[in-house]
Design a protein around this ligand. Structure first.
Ligand code: DER
Length: 234
């Protein structure tokens, strides 16, 4: 089974939670894209009806539009029944790192508004402590004096041997989010000591818009691995 096979297995399992008439949060990333594809197919076949999707990025909006999934916004639908999205890291208490796809702000807004937030991952995303993957933990910052905040973020996690980098796009220019902000990616040598404190300290920095720690938000995590699918709930 390839990693894509596993992502698809997890996505198909998550769609079993979807009922006709739901207002759905539509995630961002390659695993979430399989979920949106599946929803489009179920709507087309008539298995599902009366679904409204609230996308977590412009690219998910485009994908859903192309599949004929009716779309809305948090302004029109402040109450989401079920949000389904991927994650970059999942720890044993179902806390997450998200945002490597650059959509963390809209993802966090939609997923915080959802009654149920189901996360879909292949088992490569499991970590014992957040920050432990050694991959990016993103922070969305305003463009104004971004380097000032990059330095302050790096200082916050000196003990974790943190290295902060401005995320660049394919052309070597600063990556700009759907919300016209920049992203500073944090790379840790050791897992974050106290993720709750970390989230609060990052958010307290003036000019930080939001960050990729999604703490106490997931209500279930669907994990696809070589030995099959497991579902962890809070
Ligand atoms: O950027 C994001 O938050 C994505 O959901 C990411 O966490 C998972 O992306 P993937 O499914 O492509 O690994």
């Amino acid at each position: 089974l390839t990693q894509d096979d596993l992502k698809k297995l997890a996505a198909d399992k998550a769609v079993e939670y979807v009922k006709s008439g739901m207002v759905l949060g539509l995630g961002t990333g390659s695993t979430a894209a399989f979920v949106v594809d599946k929803l489009g197919a179920l709507l087309k076949s008539g298995t599902l009806s009366d679904i409204v999707g609230v996308p977590t990025s412009k690219r998910t909006q485009e994908q859903a539009l192309s599949l004929g999934i009716p779309l809305s916004t948090l302004d029109a639908h402040p109450h989401i029944d079920l949000a389904i999205d991927g994650a970059d890291e999942v720890d044993p208490s179902l806390d997450l790192v998200k945002g490597r796809g650059g959509a963390l702000l809209r993802e966090k807004m939609v997923e915080a508004a959802a009654d149920e937030f189901v996360v879909v991952v292949d088992d490569s995303k499991l970590v014992t402590g957040l920050g432990g993957s050694g991959l990016a933990m993103p922070v969305e910052v305003v463009q104004f004096c971004w380097n000032y905040n990059l330095v302050r973020l790096q200082e916050l996690f000196k003990e974790e041997g943190c290295e902060a980098k401005l995320r660049l796009d394919g052309g070597g220019k600063p990556y700009v989010t759907d919300n016209s902000n920049y992203i500073v990616d944090l790379y840790f040598k050791t897992p974050i000591r106290d993720s709750g404190a970390a989230g609060r300290e990052i958010a307290a920095l003036e000019g930080v818009v939001d960050h990729g720690l999604f703490l106490d938000m997931a209500t279930a995590v669907i994990i696809a691995g070589g030995s099959g699918i497991s579902v962890k709930t809070k």
